[in-house]
Ligand binder design. Sequence first.
Ligand code: SF4
Length: 285
Amino acid sequence: MARSRWSRPEWLRKRISLTELTEMRKRLAKGRINTICEEALCPNIGECFSKNQATFLILGNICTRACTFCNVTKGAPLMPDPHEPSNIAETVKTLGLRHVVITSPTRDDLPDGGAEQFCKTVDAIKSFDDSIRVELLIPDLHEKDEALKLVAESGAEIVGHNLETVPRLYHIRRGAKYERSLRVLEKLHAINPNIATKSGIMLGLGEREEEILKLMQDLLDTGCRLLSIGQYLAPSDSHVPVIEFVEPERFVFFRKEGMKMGFSYIKSSPYTRSSYMAHEYLNEP
Ligand code: SF4
C-alpha cells in the first residue's frame, strides 16, 4: 500500500532551519549556483548548509528525462554557461570546501551529455587548489565511450552513477536501463582504475531483500566499491509513492551484508543521500 508523506515514522521527522538556508542561499546566489540540495528538496539541506556543504548542480536545473521519483524540473534546458566552471571554483573557494560534489541533470540534448562541462569544472577547481577532492555524480551519458573517457580522466577522485533501484522497478527511471547503468560504472573503472566508482540506491519503493543483495553483487562485479543507501521520500503527491518506510535496522543489515560482500565503504541510513557526508567514503580504512 502507498504511504502518505504526512504519516512518516518518528525516525523520518528531521527539522529544517530557515536561518541556515537563507545564509547559504545568499552565498550561492552570488555565483549563480544551482544545487541539487534545493532542486531535489533534500531533507538534509539544513544540516548540510549549516556545515557549508552543498552539491553543485551544473548544466542548469532542467532535465531532459522524466524520472517519476525526482523533483528536478523536466523540459528543454539552456546551453551550457561558459562561466559556470569558474563560478563554481570561486564558490568552492569562498566556502572553503575540501571535498566537492558536482552533479547535473541528464542532458540528452548535448552530444557529450555534458561531459566536457564536468571536466572544465574539475579543471577550474583543481587549478585553484589541486588538493581539493572532487567527486562527480554523472548521468548515464548514454554510455558513450568518449564522454565516459572524459569524466574518468577529468582528475576527479570519485565518479559516481546511481542505480537508484532494482531492475524490476526501473519503470520509475524513465529513459534509463539497469544494464546500461552497470556498464557505465564498469567502463569508468576500466578506463581509469585509479578513480573510485560509487553508486547509490533508494529503499522503500517495493524492492525485496534478495533483489538488493543481487544489485550489490552486480555493482561489485563492475569494480564499484562505494555505495549509498537511503530511504526514498516522495517530493509530492504526484511523484511515485513511498511503498514502505524501511526501519533503520534494515539499513544497518544491508550495510553489514554489503561490507561482507566486498564494498570498501557503504553509508546506509534513512537519511543517506548519494552526496550526504560524501567526504567520508575515501577516509575510511
Ligand atoms: S545530502 Fe547532498 S543533496 Fe542533500 S543537502 Fe546534503 S549535500 Fe545537498
